[in-house]
Design a protein. Structure first.
Length: 270
C-alpha cells in the first residue's frame, strides 16, 4: 500500500487542461503553490524577478512530470502584468487561474519606515495584483476562471511593527471582496488566503534574529513564537499550496469572496 507521502507526490489530473499564473513563484509560498498546481495537472507560468530561482523551480516541476514556464518579470513595472498575461496566453492559449502571491513588505518601527518603503510595498503586492487581475480578467471570464490573492493575517490584525504589511494586506482583502461581486456576475471565482507564520526564508531570518536577541537556539525561538502567538504550530509553504489547489479545484468552487485564515489559530477576531 502506498504511503500518504507517496500519494501526495504522485501527479494527478484534477486540474488537467487548466492554465495557471503564479506570481512570486521563485521561492517560498509561491513556489510551493506553483509546484502543487502542476502536480495536479495544471500548466503553470511562474513569475518573479529572480530568473535563476524560477528556472530551478520549473526544472523541478518538469522532473516530476509537470509542465511549467518561467517568466522573469518585475511586476512593479506598469506594463509587466499585461506582458505576463500575453506570454501565458501565447504559450498555452488562455488563463484559468491567477494566484497573486508576489510582494514582501518591510517590518519596522513606524517612524523608521520611509516613503520608499511604503511606495515599494504597495507597488508590488497591491498594485501589481490589481494590474494582473485587470489584464487577465477577460481571459478568466472566457474560461470561468479563478483568482486567489495571497494576503496575510496582518491585514486583519495589524500591529505597530507591521504597519506597511497590515495596510497592504487590508487593501488586498478589500480588493478581493470588491471584485468578488463582479466575479459573481461574470463567472470568475475570487478568494483570498491569509497565511500566518509560514516557514519561509524570511521567517527563518526572523527566527534567527530572535534567537540571537534572546540568547537561545533557533528551535527555542520557534517555540517562543508559537507560544506567544498562541498557535498550533508554524505553517509550511505546502500548507498554503494545498489549500490553493483545493480552492481552485471543482470541489472548492462554492468558495467565493472568502477571506480564508490559514494561520494555526493566530487570528483571534471574529
Amino acid at each position: 500500500m502506498d504511503s500518504p507521502d507517496l500519494k501526495r507526490n504522485m501527479k494527478t489530473d484534477r486540474l488537467a487542461d487548466k492554465i495557471a499564473v503564479v506570481t512570486g513563484a521563485s521561492q517560498g509560498i509561491g513556489e510551493a503553490i506553483a509546484k502543487d498546481l502542476a502536480q495536479n495537472g495544471a500548466k503553470v507560468i511562474l513569475a518573479a524577478r529572480d530568473a535563476q530561482k524560477l528556472g530551478e523551480a520549473v526544472a523541478t516541476i518538469r522532473e516530476t512530470g509537470g509542465e511549467g514556464l518561467a517568466y522573469p518579470a518585475d511586476l512593479r513595472e506598469l506594463d509587466a502584468p499585461q506582458r505576463l498575461v500575453e506570454a501565458a496566453v501565447g504559450q498555452f492559449g488562455g488563463i484559468d487561474i491567477v494566484v497573486n502571491n508576489a510582494g514582501a513588505t518591510r517590518r519596522g518601527a513606524f517612524l523608521t519606515l520611509n516613503e520608499e518603503a511604503w511606495q515599494d510595498s504597495f507597488a508590488l503586492k497591491f498594485f501589481g495584483s490589481v494590474r494582473l487581475v485587470r489584464a487577465a480578467w477577460l481571459h478568466l471570464k472566457t474560461r470561468s476562471g479563478s483568482i486567489v490573492n495571497i494576503a496575510g493575517v496582518g491585514g486583519r490584525t495589524p500591529g505597530a511593527e507591521f504597519a506597511i504589511g497590515g495596510s497592504v494586506n487590508a487593501a488586498l482583502l478589500s480588493f478581493t471582496k470588491a471584485i468578488a461581486e463582479l466575479g459573481v456576475e461574470e463567472g470568475i471565482q475570487v478568494n483570498a488566503i491569509n497565511p500566518g507564520f509560514i516557514r519561509t526564508d524570511r521567517l527563518k531570518r526572523r527566527l534567527e534574529a530572535s534567537a540571537a536577541s534572546l540568547g537561545v537556539t533557533v528551535i527555542e525561538a520557534e517555540r517562543v513564537m508559537v507560544r506567544d502567538a498562541q498557535v498550533s504550530r508554524l505553517g509550511e509553504p505546502e500548507d498554503i499550496a494545498h489549500l490553493v489547489t483545493f480552492v481552485v479545484s471543482p470541489e472548492g468552487r462554492f468558495l467565493h469572496g472568502s477571506l480564508i485564515d490559514m494561520d494555526g489559530g493566530q487570528t483571534k477576531t471574529i
